[in-house]
Design a binder for this molecule. Structure first.
Ligand code: 13P
Ligand code: SF4
Length: 339
């Protein structure tokens, strides 16, 4: 895409939010990235939490964790630049080991991925022998390698149901696990919290997303009081009280589709706030309310400047030791096969 084309596209989407001088500067960066991308035969994958100036200008594909891992598994490009966080780039490397995978920040973590270690999983497996282990994709490769199967927020309940097992271990997000337990009608226990109960079908862990755990039912009530006709959407990393009080809960892409396919007067989207900016830019006829600016401190590190440097200097290269990759691959592949 030429500078003029990129500028027109950015102006159409973001012209009323970003001053023209800044928009021109962002367009220059985007045009340089798009040139280098072609020169280096690279693919740019952008998570839904990227800011609009990046989301709408340089990404070949945008989406949620599940959609982007499917794209990473299929590409024939030499380089994948992952505009997201480390566990996402690592998943791309697990699926496409022959590609160079770049993450535009040296460290863009995730409180869920940091919340559990491979040793924690081994300990749980020793405590509950023979019980299959599902891990949320928001974990590092060595944790995935200890597990039987992965899931994302887009398919977690389907993955749990696909295992015809009396019980499953579901790691590491406490709130996602509680939401899935409710949706599938299973009783969940948290061994680190209390003694195992007599009867249970899910065993959880207690990591949380540092962004989604901040949303409260009070937030929802306040908005409903002021704007009773607001449709409220929440990510399943929010607490079960919040997802229950919301009108819809789903993955980032599921929430985008919900807004696209419905025609409410206004929406409130309880997730990382760059996504609300993207939705507002894509659907200017819809009113998107904001509670405050709640950004993920890890996603926030991925900017147009950092993406340009990633392509220029071939950084930061994601590596996964082959023995771990092979074992992690099995759990990601089993998830992708579920559909
Ligand atoms: P999605 O898979 O729904 O995009 O979620 C990823 C994530 O990190 C949410 O905080
Ligand atoms: Fe992790 Fe939460 Fe950031 Fe998503 S929003 S990457 S779950 S810390």
């Amino acid at each position: 895409m030429s500078f003029e084309e990129t500028y027109r596209n950015m102006k159409k989407r973001l012209g009323n939010r970003i001053p023209d001088a800044e928009l021109r500067h962002k367009t220059e960066l985007a045009a340089e990235i798009n040139c280098l991308k072609q020169e280096k035969n690279a693919l740019i994958l952008g998570h839904n939490y990227m800011t609009p100036e990046l989301f709408f200008s340089v990404c070949d594909y945008t989406g949620d964790s599940l959609e982007l891992s499917r794209k990473a598994a299929k590409t024939d490009k030499d380089i994948i630049v992952f505009c997201g966080v480390e566990f996402m780039a690592e998943t791309a490397k697990i699926l496409s080991p022959e590609k160079t995978v770049l993450l535009p920040a040296e460290k863009a973590g995730c409180s869920l991925a940091e919340g559990i270690t491979a040793q924690d999983v081994r300990n749980l497996k020793a405590q509950f022998p023979g019980v299959p282990v599902i891990t949320y994709i928001n974990t590092y490769a060595d944790v995935k390698a200890e597990c039987d199967l992965c899931c994302t927020s887009g398919n977690a309940a389907a993955v749990v149901k696909s295992l015809k097992s009396d019980a499953v271990i579901f790691l590491p997000d406490e709130y996602l696990a509680r939401n899935v337990a409710r949706e599938t009608g299973k009783k969940i226990i948290f061994p680190s919290l209390s003694e195992p109960a007599e009867e249970y079908q899910m065993i959880g862990w207690q990591a949380r997303c540092e962004v989604h755990e901040l949303f409260t039912v009070q937030d929802i009530e306040n908005v409903r009081k002021q704007f009773p006709d607001t449709v409220i959407l929440a990510h399943p990393e929010c607490s079960p009280d919040v997802t229950q009080a919301a009108d819809f809960a789903g993955s980032t892409s599921a929430m985008i589709r919900y807004v696209e396919e419905t025609s409410a007067p206004r929406y409130l989207i309880l997730t990382e706030c760059a996504m609300s900016d993207n939705i507002a830019a894509a659907y200017p006829e819809k009113e998107i309310l904001r509670l405050c600016r709640r950004r993920c401190p890890h996603m926030e590190k991925i900017t147009l400047e950092a993406t340009l440097d990633a392509l220029k200097y071939n950084r930061y290269v994601i590596e996964v030791p082959e023995d771990i990759r092979i074992r992690a691959f099995r759990s990601v592949e089993r998830m992708l096969a579920i559909g």
